[in-house]
Design a protein around this ligand. Sequence first.
Ligand SMILES: [Zn+2]
Length: 113
Amino acid sequence: MVESEEKRERLLGIVSRWAKHTKANQMLRDGDIPNLVSQILEEFYHIHLCCGHMVDSFDEETPLSIKEIEQETGSPVISYGSYCKDCAEQYKKDGITLNSKEEEESYLAGVIR
Ligand SMILES: [Zn+2]
């Protein structure tokens, strides 16, 4: 299960309404509720992935080779990392992944972009 921004927003809404309803928000400082929501989410999602999303098991990560350009030299480099399924799908659609050793070698050699 991927921790999505929507889920964070929904949880923020629930806790904010609860705090207002109970008047607890009069004692809260700015950032207390978002901080509480982050702590709650981290109890359930322990694995932080390269895309910034969190998951609760290694079954939900997808290892990827991503095309990158080194800033200083402009030469092609490969970034290896673990991504959530949604981001991995999107990166594949965007055409920024390298899907075999041959593709990686061609990319590094400048044969493909
Ligand atoms: Zn992701």
